[in-house]
Design a protein around this ligand. Structure first.
Ligand SMILES: [Zn+2]
Length: 294
């Protein structure tokens, strides 16, 4: 397994000069999914891992002795909320040295450019998602500008099995493509527990056939389901809180259950359901494509 030390670069002086990109117009997405932009109280999930996202879109802060790591940026309008959540917890967006992304869809990348400008962090992403991140488009829906996000420059690319190391924290990248071409899941250890930040395996708006969202999408999903079928992380986290039952677990945490997020059965249940949903969607999309041809 390749390992490398990522030198976190400090562009603080430059960041101060460049204004954060304007959020794209009050999106219809925020209207149809109000929970995506609704503030919730940030909180400590386990150890040095904190939830700093909105009600419907996760962002995670991992603090270390050498600066912090932030995963995912939510919608464009979420960037100031995420920075405020970090501050509420007693930390500072300017201490974020490394910025990561689960996948290049606007609901998880929209805030990244602004958060990068605020923090001066190094942005590390997969090769497969790089073009969409830097182009600010949704791969396969390039002409649907409702799905655009502010472009964000990728400072370095990460490959399957490589690690991001900062202040003793080691995050390993696992490419789990399908939902996007470069969908990236991250794993780490925290207080003796294995923690997974899962990308996503839902079909959502993706075309699987006729023509596919991107070449090889079906094989990618199948590879991801095969790769993850035996994963049993102690703590399963993901970019949408409902994937891992966040609200219910958070209530238990508030009630004093320190292990509310420790549940090795949570990810196997999630991924089995996602695989069933994928197979159903694939059969439906194939039937629709065949019907169109008749
Ligand atoms: Zn997505």
């Amino acid at each position: 397994m390749k390992s490398r030390r990522i030198a976190a670069l400090c562009f603080a002086a430059f960041a101060a000069l460049s204004a954060p990109p304007a959020a794209h117009a009050e999106s219809k997405w925020a209207q149809s999914n109000p929970d995506w932009v609704e503030a919730v109280e940030p909180f400590r999930v386990i150890g040095d891992i904190y939830y700093v996202g909105s009600r419907g879109l996760s962002s995670f802060l991992i603090t270390t002795s050498e600066g912090d790591i932030l995963i995912d940026g939510g919608m464009p309008e979420n960037a100031p909320m995420i920075a405020a959540n970090i501050e509420k917890l007693g930390f500072d967006i300017k201490d974020v040295r490394i910025l990561l992304n689960s996948h290049a869809h606007f609901d998880h990348t929209g805030g990244l450019a602004a958060l990068k400008a605020m923090s001066g962090a190094e942005f590390i992403a997969s090769e497969g998602d790089k073009s969409a991140l830097e182009g600010g488009f949704y791969l396969g829906f390039e002409n649907d500008h409702d799905l655009d996000a502010p472009p964000v420059e990728v400072d370095s690319t990460i490959h399957d099995g490589e690690t991001v190391n900062l202040g003793g924290v080691i995050l390993t990248a696992h490419l789990t493509p399908g939902h996007t071409r470069g969908c990236t899941s991250w794993t780490m250890e925290m207080e003796g527990r294995s923690v997974l930040f899962f990308c996503s395996a839902s079909v959502a708006a993706n075309r699987l056939v006729d023509p596919p969202q991107y070449q090889g999408i079906v094989a990618d999903y199948e590879k991801t389901f095969e790769q993850t079928k035996d994963w049993r992380p102690d703590v399963f986290l993901a970019n949408h809180p409902f994937f891992f039952g966040m609200e219910e677990r958070r209530q238990r945490l508030l009630a004093g259950d320190e292990n509310a997020f420790v549940d090795a059965e949570a990810f196997p249940a999630y991924i089995a359901a996602a695989k069933d949903a994928f197979e159903k969607a694939l059969a439906e999309q194939k039937a629709q494509a065949a019907a169109k041809k008749e």
